[in-house]
Design a protein around this ligand. Structure first.
Ligand SMILES: Cc1ncc(COP(=O)(O)O)c(C=O)c1O
Length: 348
């Protein structure tokens, strides 16, 4: 069975496993105050071109989103997100459980636009009952989005402008950031993120790490007491060095982007191969997630050898499915998948 249902079906990149073993018997201080976390922090600051960035290491994506959002918002505020945003649909109400409403807007291709944010704020502040309604306090973007699409630099700049106009924090969820940066046509790097976002995170769990996300805080007001917030949310790993070693490795010799490029290349082979065979796509994606439209018979046939996610029903005879690649996807798995896809093309 070849697994394509998500991008965390493998363990960690061998280089990370090697460094974890090499450092296994070393004694270090706990809670992220060790040498390796310090070194990883410095590498991330250098990539961002900002020595003043605060970098914290957390364990998983939901925990990171909940901690950042809770730390940033005042009690009466909520967070604007695309309807398809991970915090709105796949985090079991983690944000709401912290007392903050997710203010969902209909996204286009999984993205929010500056205009939508502007309109949402305008609607709020011109409502005579505004004080009876949750106030927008933050914008949450995922990049890549949950359907593999990307913001352009120009779009992000416009969103930043609107956020400044209305006093909103700009938070970017980069659970798959590497796969976004490695995508062809992507024009956003760490430097732009550091310049435009108040806070963002660099995903490790889906991009070669065993686990871990690196939160980068740019806005001074959000830096204060963030470690208290991590601890209170249960996110402060006692053996924090495990996170430091992983991010230090990912940001040595450009490993993070190198392995991300591999995943994107594998996804491009899937996309181009299915396209050549005449399959239809649910949406366009330049990143490591590809969304195809298959018939129930095709799904049944492919499921014998491959796992992939059922995304949503398109109509009674067609279902959108997601194939994900990762830093570890084998070319032979992609080749087999395409050969089998060719064999079942005519199955309605
Ligand atoms: C965009 C995005 N953010 C956050 C997460 C949450 O990550 P975790 O499963 O580690 O909580 C995911 C997981 O799929 C995701 O796709």
């Amino acid at each position: 069975m070849w697994r394509f249902e998500c991008d965390y079906t493998e363990g960690a990149h061998p280089e990370i496993m090697k460094r974890l073993l090499e450092t296994n018997e070393e004694q270090t201080p706990g809670y992220g105050e060790d040498f390796y976390c310090g070194q990883a922090r410095k590498k991330i600051q250098d990539l961002c071109g900002r020595a003043d960035a605060d970098v914290h290491f957390l364990v998983g994506g939901t925990q990171t989103n909940a901690t950042v959002i809770r730390a940033a918002l005042r009690p009466h505020q909520g967070v604007l997100s695309a309807e398809s945003g991970h915090i709105n649909v796949h985090e079991t109400g983690a944000i709401e459980a912290s007392g903050h409403k997710v203010l969902a807007l209909p996204g286009e291709y999984g993205k929010l636009s500056a205009r939508q944010i502007q309109e949402a704020c305008q609607a709020h502040y011109t409502d005579s009952s505004q004080e009876h309604i949750v106030q927008p306090g933050m914008v949450y973007l995922s990049h890549p989005t949950e359907i593999g699409t990307l913001y352009s630099l120009a779009e992000l700049q416009e969103i930043r402008k609107v956020c400044q106009e209305w006093g909103l924090w700009l938070f970017l969820d980069g659970a798959r950031l590497g796969y976004g940066m490695a995508a062809s046509g992507s024009d956003i790097s760490f430097r732009e993120l550091a310049e435009l976002c108040d806070v963002f995170y660099i995903g490790g769990t889906k991009v070669g790490a065993l686990f871990g996300e690196a939160v980068v805080i740019m806005a001074s007001a959000l830096k204060k007491d963030f470690r208290y917030m991590i601890k209170q949310q249960g996110g402060m790993l006692a053996k924090g060095r495990l996170l430091g070693i992983q991010f230090d490795t990912l940001f040595t010799d450009d490993l993070y982007l190198k392995i991300s490029r591999h995943a994107v290349q594998m996804a491009e082979q899937i996309r181009d191969g299915f396209q050549k065979l005449g399959y239809s796509f649910f949406c366009e994606s330049q990143t490591n997630q590809q969304f195809l439209i298959l018939s129930p018979a095709q799904i049944e046939a492919l499921s014998e050898k491959y796992s992939f996610s059922i995304w949503e029903e398109v109509d009674q005879e067609h279902i959108a499915v997601r194939f994900c690649t990762s830093w570890a996807t084998k070319e032979e798995a992609v080749e087999e998948l395409l050969a089998d896809a060719a064999a079942i093309k005519t199955q309605a």
